[in-house]
Design a protein around this ligand. Structure first.
Ligand SMILES: O=C(O)CCC(=O)C(=O)O
Ligand SMILES: [Fe+2]
Length: 280
């Protein structure tokens, strides 16, 4: 499979930049992260996306087995801000990708562009106090967005005030003008919508849902062998999730790949990324 052409800005944001961006994020329910991608590599990547478009009968997407599908999640600046966006705690959570949404408008067909919605309900917020989101969306557009490119619209502040809705016409609405190298970080409790693209060409939006895996004062999550067995032998999906987390357990292809990786790394002494099992 073709290697993704997209490259990232490696230099982290300064502490002050992160502080300011997070203050804006908490205040408005979204923030634009500038210069996450190397601008000159975005067009070639976009062309790769264009060439990999498929329609499985439910609108266009790109194949989920393609590395392009999750490539942007490797961008260091995107990763850098996530722990602060998800938690005030000194013991920062580990961000964990739980969903990917590919929104595509091709050939002028805007039927998949969402109307006003919240992706999450208020998550235990009785008033307009600030509560950290249980997950956030990190989104990429791969173009300089103008009014003709189908910008996302956001109602700032609506993530912490349930009385704010897009049906109150006097309330402010922000238009998200990301540049092609930027990313949008949005609190999913914020009201937002897509708009149809009127310019020629395809509207791409790839959105990553990321939640906070809490950091319980240990450097790893422990799965003793008894828990592993409970996970493997679970007879219902509640137990599968309880013992093993939210994802489907590895399928046969994954076992084969992991087996191959273990064999090769044992031979070559390469670092093996795995979790130790608890001994206590
Ligand atoms: O199309 C957009 O601009 C927004 C997409 C969105 O909100 C979603 O996929 O949940
Ligand atoms: Fe959404």
């Amino acid at each position: 499979m073709e290697k993704p052409a997209l490259e990232f800005i490696e230099e982290p944001y300064s502490q002050n930049e992160v502080k300011d961006m997070m203050a804006e994020f908490r205040d408005k329910g979204y923030v634009i992260l500038p210069d996450v991608l190397k601008r000159e590599t975005v067009d070639p990547f976009r062309e790769q996306l264009e060439n990999s478009l498929i329609n499985r009968g439910m609108g266009y997407t790109i194949p989920h087995e393609s590395p392009h599908y999750i490539h942007c999640t490797y961008a260091p600046r995107g990763r850098q801000v996530l722990p602060d966006a998800l938690s005030h705690s000194q013991a920062k959570p580990k961000p964990c990708l739980h969903t990917t949404i590919v929104v595509i408008q091709k050939d002028g067909d805007a039927s998949y562009i969402p109307e006003w919605h919240k992706d999450r309900e208020p998550d235990g917020m009785p008033g307009n106090d600030y509560h950290y989101p249980m997950d956030v969306f990190l989104a990429f557009y791969f173009e300089d967005i103008t009014d003709e490119h189908g910008p996302t619209l956001v109602m700032p502040g609506s993530h912490r005030d349930v009385s704010m809705t897009p049906f109150c016409e006097e309330l402010p609405v922000d238009t998200i003008y990301c540049r092609k190298q930027d990313a949008l970080l949005i609190d999913q409790r914020t009201w937002h919508r897509g708009t149809p693209r009127t310019a020629e060409g395809t509207r791409f939006l790839i959105v990553y849902g990321i939640y906070a895996l809490p950091f319980y004062y240990g450097h790893q999550a422990h799965m003793p062998v008894s828990q592993r067995n409970a996970w493997i032998h679970a007879t219902n999906s509640n137990d599968r999730v309880f013992f093993g987390g939210p994802f489907a357990p590895p399928d046969r292809q994954a076992w084969n790949e992991i087996g191959k990786e273990l064999d090769e790394k044992e031979k070559s002494d390469a670092p093996l990324v795995t979790y130790a099992r608890s001994n206590y």
